[in-house]
Each structure stands twice: as C-alpha cells, then as structure tokens.
Ligand binder design. Sequence first.
Ligand code: SF4
Length: 334
Amino acid sequence: MDHPLLSVQDLTVQFRTRAGTITAVDRVSFDLAEGETLAILGETGSGKSVTAQAVMGLVPRPAGQVTGGRIIYDGTDLLTRPPSEARRLNGTELAMVFQDPLSSLNPVLRVGAQIGELFRRRRGASRAEARRKAIELMDRVGIPAAARRVDDYPHQFSGGMRQRVMIAMALALQPRLLIADEPTTALDVTVQAQIMALLADLKAEHRMAMILISHDLGVVAGVADRAMLMYAGRVVETGELREVYETTAHPYTRGLMASIPELDGPRERLQPIPGAPPDLMRLPSGCPFRPRCAYATDICASQPPTLAAVPTRPDSHRAACHHAEEVLADVVAG
Ligand code: SF4
C-alpha cells in the first residue's frame, strides 16, 4: 500500500495485573487505505478491541500501556503526539462506535442535545444550528421522525435506534477513520443486518476508512474489504475478505467460519471451536492455538509460527501456521 491513511507497525500493548504482566497485543502490524474497511476478527480476549483502543489513545491507564510499535496516522505517529493534538484528532479525524450505546450516552440529556453539543463545542455552531444538524444526522442514519425524536431521551429508543444515534454522533464531524467495536453484538439479527447495511452506505458516501471489530465473521461479510484474524494478541491470518473466507489457511479461522450462524437460523455457534480462549498469563510453548488445534504436530510445540504468504495469493494473503498448506488443501477439498 503506497500511502496508507493508517499504518500500525509492531504494536504491543501490555497490562499489569496482580498476577503479573500480560501482553494483550503482541507485535501487531497492518495498513489501512483511505476508504478501505478492515475487519479485525477474533474471540473475546484475542486483542482486537485493545488494538482499536490503542489507535484511539484509549488504552485504560495506568494498568495498560503501549510498550512498543508505532501508529502512523496520515504521516504522524499518534503515540508521540501531545495530548492536545490527540483531543483534536479524536472526533474530527478519528471516531469510534462502541458495543453498548446506552453506557456511552448520557441518560439525562436529550439525544438531539448530545449530538448537537459536538457541533457547538467543536464547530462553534449556534444552538439552533446544532439542533438542525442533529435532526439532519438522525435522519441520515435512518431514525424515523427525527424532527420529533430529537427531543427524546436515550431510554426512549430501542437498542438498534440507540446504536444509530451513536453512529450519528461518530459521523457528526465527518471523521476520515471510523472504528466500530462490536457495533451490533447487542442487537437482534435483523437489526444487525440493518446497522451493517447503514455502515456500508455511509462508508461509500463519505469515503471513510473503517475498522470493524467483531467476533462474528458472518456480520462483516458484506462490508469489509480485508480481514485480520487475531488470537492471543497476535495476527494469525490476514488477507482480502474473500481469500480469507474461501481459501482459509489457519485452523482458528476455519473454526470461526464453521461457527457462523445462518442469517435466519439459530444464533448459537454451530460447531464451536473446542477448548477455551487462552490464558494470556500461561500461553503454551510454540503456537498459542496448539491446545485447541486438530492439525498440531511436534513443531507446533517448539516453534511459534510466523506470518507467511499463502500460496494461492502470496501477495496479499498470509497465515501464521506451520501447516497452512494442509489446512488450505482441506478447505479447498470441502
Ligand atoms: Fe495448529 Fe500448529 Fe498451525 Fe498452530 S501452527 S494453528 S498448532 S497447526
């Protein structure tokens, strides 16, 4: 990628706990172009949300700390920017939508006032102008009767409508990069599809870059251009979404693919990956996925795998697995 909007290089984030230090994000690298959408996928605790928090400067301190790497946004290293510059960028250039809109919205303030406040504070808009902008945005994100509902409180909206309010707030200042962290997890399947369709529309309309974080490969299918799978804080597979789906080369990705529920089927996992996500304090030797992996052999215990080109698309598709070619052969054979 010639001039990525965002370039994350060898990012490492650690947390101090009573039991010791854990590495939640372990030398993660990726680039994101203007207008591109990257899905960061993985189970709970894989490091996907902490990666996003690091980009936004939101790693909870003092327990958490970025201990290595660089986050280059539009040519500037975000990790060395002064706090005043960070405040300027967040909201205007970078914005984030969280999983739980209710905890992100102020329950005692009308929704329109919360959206309008951004225009007043950041753009110096008058009260009337801010209200007009709030209605416009609520309308744009598909909230019916926006002119009336602008005076409602957050608890008067459904979960899906509250998430639309959060998206409206994130878009208010027209950021160049939107990070959505599990934006549809709390919603039912039909509303999930509506929110993802809205994000896809907005991305096309604003040519925004997006990072979509999810544990569900099915949810991001219609929106993301590329996918990056994380396990135990590391990138285990990355490539164009279609390659990762059709020529999967890592057993973990294969397990997550097998657990995608049908849109109109039950939401429980179809074939859950055996075993539990890893304890970051006690990772096994070699490959962290080894205790759960049907392909594991002796080399997996002695040597951690590194990301290597997958033969079907060596220029863009990479996987960290000693037996990637076997996995790929099994996937292709169906
Ligand atoms: Fe499984 Fe070995 Fe590949 Fe790790 S390196 S995913 S243990 S086959």
